[in-house]
Design a protein around this ligand. Structure first.
Ligand SMILES: [Zn+2]
Length: 326
């Protein structure tokens, strides 16, 4: 089995909090309480799906996809944090090595960090945690080696001509400081996907021909379930998890080939982003960096320059994605 299953109980814990999804009521109406995992130790065949009818149905979820999503979350969040630090260093005209040294100094001297936190009105604990988590990203060579290794693992899950080496997956550290944050983002992402499938059951979509509107409704309903029932840092992690999960679909279908049932991947990302963009400017940074990552990874031609203001970059990306044709 893929090691990602160690996080299954965390996902169950999240779903128990999402009362607005009425999971128990749906189980009483015939939704199977267990998830059927497919693609164990194999390539991704289908991300997730609900099979059955409105009296008896079960959610199928790809283990290989779950493992892929965790790796993608890990790669994306680390690359984004690294590039934000790098941008700040360039802006302030200091070397990353110097920044790393001062970060280490602050970690060892938390009383100084406390003075700074008070002066700038920042939450000390959150900032201390952030510094401890990100300082390990600043060992450049090691960082790049790890990211490369994770990409190779993630790609082996997509490409059916590649061998899946389960021992390599077993070496993944799920307990590091940074990885614990990734675990949380990942679990919210999978919760979103499961709630999406649940909506197909709850809204009676299984009784009729599939339509694109059903897919939009399922995304919306899953999003609002999480949005209504979570708050503060959990809500923040959930929003990041949802955006990354939708982004993973773009990475699985980078040319956005249409299946006539699902909306375009970029539309699905922007539908959700537009609900939360005002809540926190970090969502804009995330979206911009994620699309840039897609463009770089798949060598997308004429992707816009995103080095200006966030609002301007977002507009350019939106226009580009709307007109993007493979
Ligand atoms: Zn669906």
């Amino acid at each position: 089995m893929f090691p990602i299953h160690t996080l299954n109980s965390n996902i169950t814990n999240i779903l128990q909090k999402i009362l607005s999804a009425n999971i128990l009521g749906n189980i009483q109406n015939g939704l199977q309480p267990e998830i059927k995992f497919i693609d164990e130790c194999s390539h991704i065949s289908n991300v997730a799906e609900i099979k059955g009818n409105s009296h008896n149905a079960q959610v199928y979820l790809s283990s290989a996809y779950c493992q892929f999503l965790w790796l993608l979350d890990d790669i994306a969040l680390k690359l984004i944090d690294f590039s934000i630090i790098q941008d700040e260093c360039i802006k302030n005209n200091i070397e990353v090595v110097t920044y790393k040294k001062s970060t280490e100094y602050l970690i060892q001297n938390p009383e100084i960090l406390n003075v700074l936190a008070n002066r700038y009105g920042i939450d000390f604990n959150q900032y201390f945690e952030y510094l401890r988590r990100t300082v390990q990203l600043l060992e450049r060579d090691e960082f790049e080696r790890n990211i490369k290794k994770e990409w190779a693992l993630a790609e082996s899950l997509i490409n059916s001509s590649r061998t899946i080496c389960i021992n390599d997956f077993n070496e993944i550290d799920f307990n590091g400081l940074y990885e614990q944050l990734v675990n949380s983002v990942y679990c919210f992402g999978v919760s979103f996907i499961l709630l999406h499938e649940l909506t197909h059951f709850a809204m009676g979509h299984l009784e009729k021909e599939e339509e694109m509107q059903d897919e939009e409704n399922a995304d919306f309903s899953a999003f609002w379930n999480l949005y209504n029932d979570l708050k503060d840092r959990e809500l923040f992690s959930a929003n990041i998890g949802i955006l990354c999960a939708l982004f993973s679909l773009l990475m699985l279908n980078p040319n956005m080939e249409e299946d006539e049932i699902h909306p375009k991947e970029s539309d699905r990302i922007f539908y959700i982003f537009d609900q939360i963009s005002e809540d926190n400017p970090k969502y804009s940074v995330l979206i911009i960096k994620l699309f840039a990552m897609w463009a770089e990874k798949f060598n997308i031609q004429e992707f816009p320059d995103i080095n200006g203001y966030a609002s301007e970059s977002l507009k350019l990306i939106r226009d580009f994605m709307n007109n993007y044709k493979f």
